[in-house]
Ligand binder design. Structure first.
Ligand SMILES: [Zn+2]
Length: 215
């Protein structure tokens, strides 16, 4: 099975993308207090809309995206579209979207040297992960911590459940680390019996001026 992963840099966000957003998305865009957060959100939505627009030969604005929360019915849940499984992530300078035909989760985290590695690991990580972290120091330790964290987040997004305490993935879940350079870590999880073929795509062409899919 194949998973398509699209990456963009937060710099690629442009105001013209707003034209393709629905009302729920515009409200959310307007609610972010920090500009960087609404840029990341705008990029995530736009990648989803433009990739699906190209795939289904539809205008980007006409793609129906649903964010209904399964718990309360408000539109703040994970984004869903008919006929495809997808997952969106943003952190630091990066925005990523994964598309698959099975439940999928993607997570990127900017490496934060200030993070309380030992404090979080003690509460949320398995014994073997804590042990492995104890062998590292400085930025190496933070990098490994961030790797573990992205794996857990990606699995959680794919299944709605965490990896549990231990590092071994439940049967039927595949978790792979994605290479996103020195400043970030990223992982992909997919509900599948076999490791996915990951196709990594750069979204910049999709997002450059005048390159949006035409109706
Ligand atoms: Zn809710």
């Amino acid at each position: 099975m194949t998973v398509e992963v699209w990456w963009a840099n937060v710099d690629a966000a442009r105001d013209e993308f707003l034209a393709d957003l629905n009302q729920v998305e515009r409200d959310r865009f307007a609610a972010y207090r920090r500009i960087v957060d609404n840029r990341r959100f705008l990029l995530g939505v736009t990648i989803v809309r433009r990739v699906l627009a190209a795939r289904f030969s539809l205008p980007a604005a006409s793609i129906r995206l649903d964010r209904t929360c399964p718990e309360c019915g408000k539109p703040h849940g994970k984004v869903r579209a008919d006929g495809v499984e997808l997952s969106v992530t943003h952190s630091g300078e990066l925005v990523g979207v994964a598309f698959a035909d099975r439940p999928v989760g993607i997570d990127v985290e900017k490496i934060d040297p200030e993070v309380d590695v030992d404090g979080v690991a003690r509460i949320a990580f398995a014994a073997d992960e804590v042990r492995e972290l104890a062998r590292r120091t400085g930025i190496d330790k933070v990098r490994l911590f961030t790797e573990y964290w992205t794996r857990k987040e990606a699995a959680l997004k794919a299944t709605g459940q965490g990896l549990g305490g231990d590092m071994t993935t439940p049967e039927g879940i595949q978790v792979v680390q994605l290479d996103v350079g020195a400043d970030h870590r990223a992982a992909l999880a997919v509900v599948s019996g076999e490791p996915p073929v990951v196709r990594v795509r750069d979204a910049s062409a999709l997002l450059s001026p005048g390159s949006g899919p035409r109706p």
